[in-house]
Design a protein around this ligand. Structure first.
Ligand SMILES: NC(=O)c1ccc[n+]([C@@H]2O[C@H](COP(=O)([O-])OP(=O)(O)OC[C@H]3O[C@@H](n4cnc5c(N)ncnc54)[C@H](O)[C@@H]3O)[C@@H](O)[C@H]2O)c1
Ligand SMILES: O=C(O)C(=O)C[C@@H](O)[C@H](O)[C@H](O)COP(=O)(O)O
Ligand SMILES: [Zn+2]
Length: 359
């Protein structure tokens, strides 16, 4: 079992990473109220809901469950209202703990419900996908989507505890595991070229889910995110580096219809586009682009985005949350392992990149 501490300015908490940790009530005990709502979806409920309900009830917690439909297309107001309705029907008060049991869709939606129900109730994140274990359960970004843009309605709201149990990855479909690898690769590209070399060395065993390597990799990603969040909880500066590939990736998700391209798949193709933008700006060369594409392909992820018209690309990108008083800002790579945020000197640099991916 490993623990990574997130020392966010608003609140410090632990991420516990290990096997069989969801059976251990002692991990929950300091952070849970007398009443708890476990929020999950129809897929995750099949394996992980009842054991958790029993664990909590056997330890005297008044636990009830809320089950949402599965999918990115349900990260919306309807799911949120379903949570609020169930909380009210079950007389949840300000000390009722919300437990998000699932991937990033559940984590983001339940996180936002926790931030807003009665102006804020305690939240525990139990991430059950690779993506949510390395990224979405950590750092306090919570949100639902709007038809016009990803994560448009949300709040920064930190959990009290994150429990990442490696055993849950056993039931995760391969495509979802690969999607999680996109965010792992993101950490290497934005800030740690030695980690990129480590991933290149071990990618075959990682894709075979070697548990020793997985535990090491998940803890490393959580530590990198914790370090960034400790410096910049609300994305005034360096936290934006975690958005590498996302300006393009979020455009792909929204334009394709939420759920058709997985978030990780869109981020993978988006990181190739960000790398090409960095090449256009003269920072990296074709060897580096090939290295980015190779690790993405090795993780069974797409290295090419779908084709949209230039106007479609730009319409989505104008909603990006990094837009600053009307000016788009991008995360580019000065080098592999060295991200930066910048306003482009000339819009034609962007248009040159988009022209390769324009229908
Ligand atoms: N808040 C953040 O910082 C942050 C960071 C990255 C991504 N995100 C968001 O996270 C979402 C993507 O998360 P995701 O990739 O986890 O997708 P997801 O939550 O949709 O989960 C992927 C699929 O796997 C299923 N699943 C979950 N756990 C399982 C398990 N153990 N076994 C079998 N199936 C399981 C889910 O039901 C779903 O069908 C996006 O909405 C993205 O915007 C947020
Ligand atoms: O934690 C962050 O900060 C991130 O940007 C992590 C991203 O992987 C994640 O997809 C996030 O939800 C994107 O945030 P947004 O502000 O662009 O919606
Ligand atoms: Zn992401």
């Amino acid at each position: 079992m490993q623990t990574v501490q997130v020392q966010a300015p608003s609140h410090s908490y632990d991420i516990v990473i290990g096997k069989n940790i969801l059976n251990d009530f002692n991990l929950f005990a300091p952070h849970i109220g007398k009443k708890a709502a476990i929020v999950t979806n129809t897929t995750v409920a099949q394996w992980y809901l009842q054991p958790l309900v029993k664990l909590l009830q056997n330890n005297g917690i008044d636990a009830f469950s809320i089950i949402l439909p599965d999918g990115e297309q349900h990260k919306n107001h309807e799911s949120l209202n379903h949570i609020y309705d169930s909380l009210l029907a079950n007389h949840a008060d300000r000390k009722t703990t919300l437990i998000a049991l699932g991937g990033g869709v559940i984590g983001d939606t339940v996180g936002y419900a926790a931030a807003t129900y009665q102006r804020g109730v305690p939240l525990i994140q139990i991430p059950t996908t690779l993506l949510s274990q390395v990224d979405s359960s950590v750092g306090g970004k919570t949100a639902i989507n709007h038809p016009r843009g990803k994560n448009m309605i949300g709040a920064f709201y930190q959990p009290k505890l994150v429990l990442a149990d490696l055993n849950t990855l056993a039931t995760l479909p391969e495509r979802e595991f690969s999607a999680g690898m996109a965010e792992v690769i993101k950490y290497a590209l934005l800030g740690d070229v030695a980690f990129l070399a480590w991933l290149e060395q071990h990618i075959a065993a990682i894709m075979q889910k070697d548990h020793t390597l997985l535990a090491q990799m998940i803890a490393h990603c959580c530590q990198m995110k914790a370090d960034i969040v400790a410096q910049d909880e609300t994305e005034q500066g360096i936290r934006a580096h975690l958005n590498l590939g996302h300006t393009f990736g979020h455009a792909i998700e929204a334009q394709m219809g939420y759920g058709n391209w997985l978030h990780g798949e869109a981020v993978a193709a988006g990181m190739v586009m960000a790398a090409e933008l960095s090449q256009q700006l003269g920072y990296i060369g074709s060897d580096e682009i090939e290295r980015v594409k190779n690790i993405i392909r090795a993780a069974h992820l797409p290295d090419t985005p779908p084709k949209f018209s230039e106007e479609e690309w730009l319409a989505h990108m104008r909603h990006d949350k990094k837009v600053d008083e009307g000016k788009m800002r991008f995360i580019t790579l000065k080098n592999l392992g060295a991200a930066q945020i910048e306003t482009l000197p000339d819009v034609n640099v962007l248009k040159n990149v988009l022209s390769k991916f324009t229908a």
